[in-house]
Design a protein around this ligand. Structure first.
Ligand SMILES: *Cc1c(COP(=O)(O)O)cnc(C)c1O
Length: 456
């Protein structure tokens, strides 16, 4: 059959409150054109993030009831640990309350001031946690992959040439680890190929530097390897995942992504002494090593969710529904980042609203317009988020003005997506009337969360 259906039935529903364009106009003004300030109940389709916003399965909810809340050595922990070990193959596994907790613990133990941590592209919490140690995060992507309109199957790949060039000229004692983010979230949810993981691992071994994977979307990445890298066509997702991680010395994970839970994470390594340090810090700031800041029931739900995320019917539905949204937008000339990635559609707002200059935040303008016209909430990934004012008082801007429509897992159906398509096309066809925004008030760090804006 050509039609791909949601491979689940709905057992419990959460009503969406519909509101009118007049109401949303007021809401936008009251929240100063900042969608982080809009109440969730005032949103019709919430595409702000795919992090912790997915729907758990009936098996996961049953797991929640079965959670063992013993302080030490609970059954839920043992179950969680067996599942993580079976999928990823690492020796030591620590639960954490979410991805950034794993990052903070790992970088506290591995990085010192003046160090450098190369990656394909660091996610923003990863970058911030490395900076917090006084170390420097570096992104190494080939230039042709940075163009939103160029089409390559694995635009998340790390540049091997840039990596080797960096290592050749660096003091190697200052490079405590190399990281690969799969899929490359900040780079548009683009996958990394098995071939690239193997090559990065070979370079890492040659220079004797440990390789860690930011594993948040491991299952989505494995799916892309299966369908785009010929050799793995007949491999199961689980076998691909096991091979991917066999090249790494450890990983950080936010279970809010491909473990399909609302909270949780973990930190893995094969290195005994690193694990010992990780464990000591975990006890200090997260909790005892058999629960790590989570309830037993959360560990139970993660263990079940990790396997559900590798189900081929689920992955087919997930990746194909994002591709469906992307194709319909492209057919109507809406400029999006290509090819469509694993968890989101990124609209190129710089191209979409080419009459609005960068200092009037085309990305934020488009995000607000999608909310106004359709009650859709998404996030600006452009100059409001990554731009600012430098030490000399000069404005700087992001590389691209993007708007991300992130898809929560198993949450919306095709008719929700059809609605999103209609709203985006409608806004696109009337784009010439849309006006820019300027900042009325901002904070020095992470200004996009709290900035107040007004119409130019
Ligand atoms: C979400 C995310 C993180 C951080 O995880 P949290 O659970 O939000 O702390 C790290 N890396 C990537 C690639 C992510 O998408």
């Amino acid at each position: 059959m050509k039609t791909i259906i949601e491979p689940f039935r709905i057992k419990s529903v959460e009503p969406i409150k519909m509101n009118s364009i007049e109401e949303r106009k007021k809401i936008l003004i009251n929240s100063h054109f900042n969608l982080f300030q809009v109440k969730a109940q005032d949103v019709i389709i919430d595409l702000l993030t795919d992090s912790g916003t997915g729907a758990m399965s009936s098996k996961q909810w049953a797991g929640i009831m079965n959670g063992d809340e013993s302080y030490a050595g609970s059954d839920s922990y043992l179950f969680f640990k067996d599942v993580v070990q079976d999928i990823f193959g690492f020796k030591y596994i620590l639960p954490t309350h979410q991805g950034r907790a794993s990052e903070r613990i790992l970088f506290s133990n591995l990085c010192k001031e003046g160090d450098i941590v190369p990656s394909n592209t660091h996610f923003d919490t990863t970058r911030a946690n490395i900076l917090f140690q006084g170390a420097k995060p570096i992104d190494l992507i080939d230039d042709e992959y940075k163009d939103t309109q160029s089409i390559f199957p694995f635009k998340g790949n790390m540049s091997i040439k840039k990596l080797e060039d960096l290592l050749k000229k660096s003091d190697l004692t200052k490079i405590p680890l190399i990281m690969i983010t799969i899929t490359n979230n900040s780079g548009g949810g683009q996958p990394v190929s098995m071939d690239n993981i193997i090559k990065v691992s070979n370079v890492a071994k040659k220079y004797n530097i440990p390789l860690y994977i930011d594993a948040c979307r491991f299952a989505e990445n494995a799916y892309f390897i299966k369908i785009r890298e010929k050799k793995y066509k007949n491999w199961s997702i689980k076998k691909i995942v096991r091979k991917m991680f066999s090249y790494a010395d450890g990983c950080t994970m936010s279970a809010k992504k491909d473990a399909i839970v609302n909270i949780g994470g973990f930190l893995c390594t094969n290195n005994e002494s690193v694990n010992e340090k990780n464990q000591n810090l975990l006890i200090l700031t997260e909790g005892f090593p058999t629960y790590g800041g989570l309830a037993g029931r959360d560990l139970e739900a993660i263990g079940i969710g990790l396997n559900e995320a590798m189900d081929i019917d689920y992955l087919n539905y997930r990746i194909k529904s994002i591709e469906y949204l992307g194709k319909k937008l492209l057919k109507n000339d809406v400029p999006i980042l290509q090819p469509t990635g694993g968890h989101a559609i990124y609209i190129d707002a710089g191209l979409f609203l080419s009459h609005i200059p960068r200092n009037q935040f085309p990305g934020q303008v488009l995000a607000c317009e999608l909310y106004l016209k359709g009650g859709i909430r998404c996030s600006e990934i452009g100059s409001l988020m990554f731009g600012g004012i430098d030490d000399n008082g000069k404005e700087f801007y992001a590389n691209n003005e993007l708007v991300r429509l992130a898809m929560p897992r198993r949450t919306y159906t095709q008719s929700h997506i059809d609605y999103v398509i209609e709203v985006v096309i409608n806004v696109y066809n009337n784009r010439k009337e849309i006006e820019g925004l300027k900042i009325a008030k901002q904070s020095k760090y992470l200004r996009h969360f709290t900035a107040k804006l007004k119409k130019v």
